[in-house]
Ligand binder design. Structure first.
Ligand SMILES: [Zn+2]
Length: 342
């Protein structure tokens, strides 16, 4: 199927919300990782999201071009061409854009989507994150509210963050695991609903932090409190009967099944998977190189083996391993075999 239409994307999010499951959102950096992610969704019969960070997009553009908006656009175009051949719905999203990167990273992509929508086509990306977690909350929400109203006429979904995700991703470093500022409060979550509404101004996803951190920590380092998400839902449905937040879970790698299941039960509809996907991909490459070192290398005057150092030899294994990890995530999050297309 082509990349999810705006309508299908909302059906994916609302289906997850109503069905008590979550969509896997896989961070990709290249055509290989993108292929692996899409293949994983297909293997699980799951709809899913592929997303790029600023650094991934810059990497995808190639060092000589070194332009994050162009890299993101190139990967998205690639996805649009190939997604047609997959039997599940796949949506495209841009991950963390801090205020100082938003104009360079997201604006050109929104402009491209506006051109497409103006011509009667679907947008390039279906959603974009504005990460204002470095700003005071009121300024974060003021900016987010303006963006929400700007994206709504194009049918684009905005992801916002209340609180701050710890750990390190793509050079962006948050507080260490266990710190107080990693826990959002229900009062803060209600402020999000005050600023962004509950659908009347546009659609948004809310990255509410419950102690989650990017990256993988040693067991016991990360103390998650998914009950904060439940408290937020309770506060919202009291203030605005019938309303429910659609939460995003950042930093899922290394999280226990029980914590993940609780978070999804409390309304997480999108779970980001970056670190574990990176590891699955690279683990397969390392295995190939270490077990075929005298083929991938020209050792002691020998010529190596072309079949071993051909990038497809290790690239295919890496794609397969990543696809497997993505399918596993879809099963864990409950989105397997629940495509909106079936
Ligand atoms: Zn994140």
């Amino acid at each position: 199927m082509p990349i999810a239409t705006r309508e299908q994307y909302l059906a994916m999010l609302d289906g997850a919300s109503a069905g008590g499951y979550a969509l896997a959102a896989i961070n990709v950096t290249s055509s290989e990782t993108l292929n692996g992610a899409m293949r994983g969704f297909a293997e699980a019969g799951a709809d899913g999201i592929v997303q790029v960070t600023t650094g991934a997009a810059r990497f995808a553009s190639g060092a000589a071009v070194d332009d994050m908006a162009l890299g993101a656009r190139a990967l998205a175009e690639y996805a649009h061409v190939l997604a047609e051949h997959y039997p599940v719905a796949i949506a495209l999203h841009t991950d963390h854009a801090p205020p100082e990167a938003f104009d360079d990273f997201v604006r050109p992509l929104v402009e491209e989507s506006a051109r497409r929508v103006g011509a009667g086509r679907e947008p390039l990306f279906q959603s974009h994150m504005f990460d204002g977690s470095t700003l005071p909350l009121d300024e974060n929400l003021r900016t987010a509210a303006a963006l929400e109203r700007e994206l709504a006429p194009l049918g684009l979904v905005l992801e916002v963050e209340a609180g701050v995700v710890g750990g390190e991703e793509d050079g962006v470093v948050g507080p260490h695991a266990g710190r107080d500022e990693l826990y959002t409060t229900p009062a803060d979550l209600l402020l999000v609903a005050d600023a962004l509404g509950t659908g009347e101004h546009g659609r948004y996803l809310l990255a509410a932090t419950v102690g989650n951190v990017h990256g993988v920590y040693a067991p016991g380092q990360v103390r998650l409190r998914p009950e904060i998400l439940a408290a937020g839902q309770h506060a919202l449905s009291t203030a605005r009967p019938g309303s429910r937040f659609q939460y995003v879970f950042h930093g899922s790698s290394g999280t226990t099944e029980a914590d993940l299941r609780a978070a999804i039960r409390h309304g997480v509809v999108k779970v980001n998977v970056d670190t574990d996907a990176q590891y699955a991909f690279t683990r397969a490459v390392a295995d190939h190189v270490l077990t075929n070192y005298d083929g991938v290398l020209r050792v002691d005057g020998a010529v190596g083996r072309k079949a071993a150092y051909d990038p497809r030899a290790w690239g295919r294994r890496a794609e397969t391993a990543l696809a497997g990890r993505v399918a596993e995530a879809a099963h864990q999050f409950g989105s397997a075999a629940r495509s909106v297309l079936s």
